[in-house]
Design a protein. Structure first.
Length: 228
């Protein structure tokens, strides 16, 4: 466990086979599926003890060179003659289910409340709600496909792509009904619960009163990083 985080690791060959079987049955939908396919090749190499031969070791290094961020500087120097393995073709068919989507949101989603200055309201402050999903820009196709499920818009930067939902009507019609039926898991459920409270306050226009705005400020202060 590192600072501010916790990891779940599977390292034994026997247990890794369980992981492989799971994702063979329930395929990954992001471009991470390419790393998974390469990982299966690497695992097969180790299981067959190919890595114990010079040729097999080079094969394993070539696989690693194509995975994630590739080889470290040290490995590049040690295996300067290695050509990275050609990456497998991605599966083009997206197999999305509400359970998968809820799990994806549990891992990558963010529920945020903003209080910004505004001359358009009597109190001088406006409450803004935002649900956001973020992925590496290589998964822009996947994120664009999620608009039909969650609404909102896709915003791209050089390295990341966000799906953002800020309209109250879209949140109420698409995002929240999904998560009511297929709940968010983990500590993020607490942020989701607080987000729901603010949605109700905004829906009832209570945030336009001093008492309501103060309550929104209190809820916001305890969400996300403010919770720890």
């Amino acid at each position: 466990m590192g600072k501010g985080g916790v990891q779940f690791r599977v390292e034994s060959l026997k247990d890794l086979s369980v992981v492989i079987d799971h994702f063979n049955k329930y395929p990954l939908q992001t471009k991470k599926q390419l790393d998974f396919k390469l990982f299966k090749l690497a695992l097969s190499c180790v299981k067959n003890k190919e890595h114990l031969t010079p040729e097999g070791l080079k094969k394993l290094i070539a696989i690693k060179a194509s995975m994630n961020k590739g080889l470290t500087g040290e490995l590049k120097a040690l295996f300067a003659d290695i050509t990275p393995l050609t990456k497998p073709e991605p599966d083009t068919e997206l197999i999305l289910s509400p359970q998968w989507l809820a799990g994806f949101i549990s891992a990558e989603g963010c529920f945020s409340v903003f209080i910004v200055k505004s001359q358009d309201v009597k109190l001088g402050y406006q409450v803004q709600l935002r649900f956001r999903l973020t992925q590496h820009v290589r998964d822009v196709q996947l994120m664009e496909s999620l608009v039909s499920y969650l609404g909102g818009t896709v915003v791209k930067s050089r390295e990341a792509v966000d799906l953002q939902v800020i309209k109250l009507s879209v949140l109420q019609d698409k995002v929240l009904p999904l998560l009511e039926k297929y709940p968010v898991q983990g500590v993020k459920f607490k942020d989701y619960s607080d987000f729901i409270k603010v949605v109700e306050i905004v829906k009832n226009k209570t945030h336009l009163t001093a008492e309501g705005l103060s309550l929104v400020q209190k809820i916001k202060a305890g969400m996300n990083t403010g919770r720890f």
